[in-house]
Design a protein around this ligand. Structure first.
Ligand SMILES: [Zn+2]
Length: 80
C-alpha cells in the first residue's frame, strides 16, 4: 500500500527534473535511458496515452497508444 505513494513521488520528481527547451517544445532531453512502459524496449517518446496516463514509449507503442506530439500530449525523448 505504502509503495504506491513512493512510486508516485518518484514519477513526479522525474517530471520536474526534465529539461524543457523553448526552441523545441516537442522534445525533451533526458540524461538516463528510459524503457518503454509497454514493451520494455528503449523509449523514444514520453507522452499521454489513450487511457489518459503518461508513459514512456518506444516508436511502435507510441504509434499504437500515444495521442501525438505537442504541449500536453507528448514529447520525443532526446538522450544526452
Ligand atoms: Zn514499446
Amino acid at each position: 500500500m505504502y509503495n504506491t505513494k513512493k512510486i508516485v513521488r518518484n514519477i513526479l520528481g522525474d517530471k520536474c527534473s526534465k529539461n524543457y527547451s523553448k526552441k523545441d517544445i516537442d522534445s525533451v532531453e533526458l540524461s538516463g535511458k528510459r524503457k518503454c512502459d509497454f514493451c520494455g524496449k528503449e523509449a523514444k517518446y514520453d507522452g499521454k496515452t489513450q487511457n489518459g496516463k503518461w508513459a514512456y514509449m518506444c516508436n511502435d507503442c507510441f504509434q499504437m497508444n500515444g495521442l501525438g506530439l505537442g504541449v500536453g500530449l507528448g514529447q520525443r525523448i532526446k538522450y544526452k
